[in-house]
Every structure is written in structure tokens, then in C-alpha cells.
Ligand binder design. Structure first.
Ligand code: ADP
Ligand code: MG
Length: 355
């Protein structure tokens, strides 16, 4: 009864704190917030613009095309907190936005984090969330959350495999009976792909473009597997030599070539994860296949590309971008079932250290 009242006054939250996007789900209401993990600062200071409101969508629009007086930054890099203070400010803003009526109560929060996170990085998440207003905090592996969100039967005595491709990292995991049997986390995702496109345009077209332009090009004509109607797109940038603005026409084949190395790394991670799995579970996977989640999964032809290079059937999660947040929310809703696989701030011997 008391719990129900607490729930009503201060609902529990599930957070997918991603390098590219932060999603928050509220117990009972589903996903209520979905914004880029970006904040905009006054240049040379640590002050967030607009009295702390230039966060998320608003800040994202400023990225790469800010006047000299403003910088737009991402508090996370490669799946982990890069800038502790800014991450806390961003989380604070998002948590307030997602659950405004708290009446002094602190919500219980489940946060999805990459599998490869170190104890120090874990503590940074705990501290950021705590100072941003969280009550008890639980961490769940991103790969586990993605599998649950994608509806995989991970509690069954049967192998399930997931590959979550985000902005900063790709997480691959094989699960059975609720446990992660084998996993790999690599620092390759959409950001590395965009870097590769920037490098490609510089080498082949002597054209300097920003990461936002590279991402737009990837979203417009990017692919992992030859597509039926190959296309072209125009990109604008600065000439490497003269510095003057210039345009170039790029083909979808060229973008694919630029992405090859990142895609190769993802294939290696999937293969590496399979290699350390026993033959029985591997046999399950030939049946069950690999499920793709994360925004990177939306790259056209990625399912076919991975199927050809791994021999597994591959399919996309129903909604790749929300799988982790949905999974984290399911962990909250079935808290007692999942409690043992969540890492609590109370279990962290270091957590109270500098609180
Ligand atoms: P993170 O978990 O790191 O925040 P997300 O799962 O939100 O990342 O995915 C963000 C990445 O997905 C970005 O690199 C973005 O470019 C990419 N992405 C989003 N939509 C698409 C799409 N339709 N096609 C290809 N990539 C996409
Ligand atoms: Mg993610």
C-alpha cells in the first residue's frame, strides 16, 4: 500500500543513458522522454545556456554550427561519462522533465550502462544520478536490457543473441537462463562511422566536413550491403587546400566503402562472442538468430551483411532505438524477478566515498 502511494507520488524511472540519445521511461506510462545527449554551453565557461535549459533537442541543433560564443558538447563518449559535471546537469534536467511532480521524493531509477564499464565509470553514473535527484539506483547491462526490450526469451534455457549498435559503442551478448554467457563491447558505432566518412571525404575529395554533415550523409545514402538502386548525394564542406566552401557528389557505394572498417569490427565482435560459446548454445543460435538493436541497426542492409558474414539468421528488434529503455522499464516492472541481475548503488563499496 505504502509502495503504491510512493509509486503514485514519485514513479520509478528507467533510463537509457546513451552516447547519442537519452531515453526515459516512467513506470506505467512508457517512454516519456527521448532526446539527444547534448548540452550547449557559453564558450569558455561551464554554464549551460538558457539558464540550464539548452539541453537535448535544442542543444543538438546547435552542434557543429554554433556561433563562436557557444559550444555544444556531449557529456558521454564511447558509452561512458566523459564530463561528470555536465552529465549530472543533463540528467538533472531530463529527470525533472520526465517526472515533474516529485514532492521532495526521490525516484527509484534503473539505468542501462555498457557491459564493459569499469568500477570507476560505474561510480560516475551512480554519483551523477544521485546528485541529479535519484533515490536508489540500479544499473542494468545494456545488452540485457536490449534483449528484454526486444522480447527475447532470455530467461529460458536456450541461447539468445543481441547486438546493440549505438553512437559510441556496439554491445554484443549471448544470454541464457537470464545470465550473460558471453559478451563483447567495442568502441565502434555511429560516431566511428561518421569519423570514417569525414576521413574518406578528406582523402578522396579534399573536402573538409563536420561530423554532423557526415552523419546526415550516412543517414541519407548509407548502407552496409549493396542496395537495389544505388544513389548519390551532394555534400558541402570546405576545400582542404583553399579553405573555400565547395560541394561534391558522393555515391552510396563510396559511403559503403567508407563504412567498411567499422562494419568489419562489428562482424569481428559478433564472431568473437560466438567463439567463446559452447556448441549447444551455438546450435540454438542457428535457430534463434541474432537480433539487432540501437539506432545503428537501422543502417540499410546491415541485417543481410551480418547474416552473410556470420552465417546466423539476423533480424531487427521491433523498435531498435527504444529497445534498451523498454527493457530497463520491464526490469522495473518485474523488479523482484530481475533484482539479482541489477547492480545497486548500495552494493557499491565506493559509492558513499565522496558523496
Ligand atoms: P546511443 O545508445 O549511443 O545513444 P542510439 O541507439 O540512440 O545510440 O543510436 C544512435 C545512432 O544511431 C547514431 O549514430 C545515429 O546516426 C544512428 N541512427 C539513428 N537512426 C538511424 C537510421 N535511420 N539509419 C542509420 N543510423 C541511424
Ligand atoms: Mg544505446
Amino acid at each position: 500500500m505504502l509502495n503504491r502511494l510512493r509509486q503514485w507520488m514519485c514513479p520509478d524511472l528507467a533510463i537509457d543513458l546513451g552516447t547519442a540519445n537519452t531515453l526515459i521511461a516512467v513506470q506505467g506510462s512508457g517512454i516519456v522522454l527521448d532526446e539527444p545527449s547534448v548540452v550547449a554551453l557559453e564558450k569558455g565557461s561551464r554554464r549551460i545556456l538558457g539558464r540550464g535549459t539548452a539541453v537535448g533537442k535544442l542543444a543538438r541543433q546547435m552542434m557543429g554550427r554554433t556561433p563562436d560564443s557557444i559550444t555544444a558538447v556531449r557529456p558521454l563518449k564511447d558509452g561512458v561519462i566523459q564530463d561528470f559535471e555536465l552529465c549530472e546537469a543533463m540528467l538533472h534536467y531530463f529527470i525533472r522533465k520526465a517526472s515533474p511532480q516529485r514532492r521532495g521524493l526521490r525516484p527509484r531509477i534503473v539505468i542501462a550502462v555498457p557491459g564493459g564499464i569499469t568500477p570507476v565509470e560505474k561510480r560516475a553514473v551512480f554519483n551523477s544520478a544521485e546528485r541529479a535527484g535519484a533515490g536508489r539506483i540500479y544499473l542494468v547491462d545494456e545488452a540485457r536490457a536490449a534483449s528484454i526490450g526486444a522480447g527475447l526469451p532470455i530467461s529460458e534455457p536456450m541461447a539468445s543473441m543481441v547486438c546493440d549498435i549505438g553512437g559510441g559503442t556496439t554491445e554484443v551478448a549471448i544470454l541464457s537462463l537470464g545470465e550473460i554467457i558471453s559478451s563483447q563491447s567495442i568502441r565502434v558505432g555511429g560516431d566511428a562511422m561518421d569519423q570514417a566518412i569525414v576521413g574518406y571525404l578528406r582523402r578522396h575529395y579534399s573536402l573538409r566536413v563536420g561530423l554532423a554533415t557526415a552523419e546526415n550523409l550516412r543517414l541519407e545514402i548509407g548502407s552496409a550491403h549493396p542496395i537495389e538502386s544505388e544513389t548519390t548525394a551532394e555534400v558541402s564542406g570546405a576545400d582542404v587546400v583553399s579553405g573555400l566552401p565547395r560541394k561534391a557528389t558522393i555515391t552510396s557505394e563510396e559511403v559503403r566503402e567508407a563504412l567498411a572498417e567499422s562494419l568489419e569490427a562489428i562482424v569481428d565482435a559478433v564472431r568473437g562472442t560466438l567463439d567463446t560459446t559452447g556448441p549447444d548454445l551455438a546450435a540454438d543460435l542457428v535457430q534463434q538468430g541474432l537480433v539487432l538493436a540501437g539506432g545503428g541497426a537501422l543502417l540499410p542492409g546491415l541485417d543481410r551483411f551480418l547474416a552473410e558474414h556470420t552465417g546466423l539468421p539476423v533480424r531487427l528488434a521491433g523498435d531498435p532505438l527504444t529497445a534498451v529503455a523498454t527493457g530497463a522499464q520491464i526490469c522495473l516492472e518485474h523488479f523482484n524477478n530481475w533484482r539479482s541481475s541489477l547492480h545497486s548503488s548500495d552494493d557499491d563499496p565506493w559509492n558513499r566515498f565522496d558523496a
